[in-house]
Design a protein around this ligand. Structure first.
Ligand code: AMP
Length: 113
């Protein structure tokens, strides 16, 4: 999609610190990390939120979750990690292309907020 920063990263038009890529998804380091390890997992197909997802895109999201433990292991996250998927305004979603945050490399605490 035009003017979507994550579509441009997925297409290789904008540089990223890639940690994983296959034909359907890409994972790269967040430009403004909120934890020692902060990686974004992004299906290459453009849709903003789970509410906008079609059946094919749901399959890609499933593949993202199947791959996340392998990506986490490759990042050295052997002691756990947190996943966040911001959905819309109240969640503070700033990039309107669905993505899963992987946060870890440190104790995250028991509180989510
Ligand atoms: P969200 O608030 O869930 O929409 O998260 C968007 C995330 O994308 C934020 O954590 C940003 O720091 C991150 N971000 C924005 N632009 C880039 C970029 N060019 N490369 C890597 N991460 C980015």
């Amino acid at each position: 999609m035009e003017n979507c920063i994550f579509c441009k990263i997925a297409a290789g038009e904008i540089p990223s610190q890639k940690v994983y890529e296959d034909e359907n998804m890409i994972a790269f380091k967040d430009i403004n990390p909120q934890a020692k390890v902060h990686v974004l997992v992004v299906p290459k197909s453009h849709f903003a939120t789970l509410a906008d997802m079609n059946a094919d895109q749901a399959e890609l999201v499933k593949q993202c979750f199947v791959n996340i433990p392998h990506i986490a292991e490759s990042l050295g996250l052997t002691n756990g990690y947190r996943l966040i998927v911001n959905q819309g305004q109240d969640a503070g979603q700033t990039v309107h292309h669905l993505h899963i945050h992987i946060l870890g490399g440190q104790p995250m605490g028991e509180k989510m907020l």
